[in-house]
Ligand binder design. Structure first.
Ligand code: ATP
Ligand code: MG
Length: 222
């Protein structure tokens, strides 16, 4: 559990000599469904930025996704647990799915800081290039920059210059880039493949595919 690993590794202010700052990666997303793009980005961010743990935070009711294409949050949560269970550095948080109302990155980051305020903790918010644009243009971008470091993973087809232009040079410098192994995998493509009867093998962990088949998710088009 995240709390246990923070407790054992991070400093709580006393005996600070032995303990250190806990570097927590937060990977937010709808995970509808989770796939290897998410897992590779999280694992490569963990290695590059020497994170102690990455916690995946499936969203509850996202402010800008169409609800009709969205699997129930419990399904998305369970698929995320299945996908991350074989990595000792990964965990899954129910924070957003158990919270009423809309989920914003800034609230989630603040939640983790408050929850573990007695420990020395530094947050790295891991996102894809497409999502960083949304995060930094939607709500309280300055606060987010103050609260955490943003790691933006490259996604195929994304224009870096457009991002720089959009969020401004100053903000752009505060974003750490991660050249994750280019994976053109997306949940949208996986849902379309399922609805069209095409294979999804090798795009996501087998356990997640089995769960999708068992629960007959994403069979409808549109
Ligand atoms: P959808 O197609 O439904 O939008 P998605 O594949 O983009 O799904 P999300 O749950 O929206 O997945 O993404 C969660 C986070 O993971 C976002 O920050 C997104 O940019 C990032 N991400 C998703 N796929 C990849 C990928 N292939 N490589 C790097 N980052 C990714
Ligand atoms: Mg997306």
């Amino acid at each position: 559990m995240l709390k246990d690993s923070i407790r054992s590794k991070a400093s709580s202010g006393t005996g600070t000599k032995r303990k250190k700052t806990f570097r927590l990666g937060i990977m937010g997303g709808t995970f509808n469904p989770i796939h290897y793009g998410h897992l590779v980005a999280a694992e490569q961010a963990r290695c590059k930025f020497k994170l102690d743990e990455v916690t995946f935070v499936p969203s509850g009711t996202p402010p800008h996704k169409e609800p009709r294409k969205m699997a129930d949050s419990e399904h998305r949560y369970l698929m995320t647990v299945l996908a991350t269970s074989n990595n000792p550095y990964f965990s899954v948080s129910r924070q957003e799915i158990d919270r009423e109302g809309l989920s914003y990155a800034v609230d989630t980051i603040q939640y983790f800081l408050d929850e573990y305020s007695e420990y020395k903790i530094k947050i790295y918010f891991i996102t894809g290039m497409d999502a960083v644009m949304e995060i930094l243009t939607w709500r309280n971008p300055e606060t987010i920059m103050e609260l955490c470091t943003i790691i933006a993973a490259t996604r195929p087809g994304f224009d870096m210059e457009a991002l720089k232009h959009h969020i401004g040079r100053k903000n752009f410098r505060a974003v750490k880039l991660l050249r994750a192994s280019a994976l053109a995998i997306s949940s949208t493509d996986i849902r379309e493949r399922l609805a069209g009867g095409l294979p999804i093998k090798y795009l996501l962990p087998e356990t997640v595919e089995q769960y999708i088949r068992k629960k007959q998710l994403y069979l409808e088009t549109g």
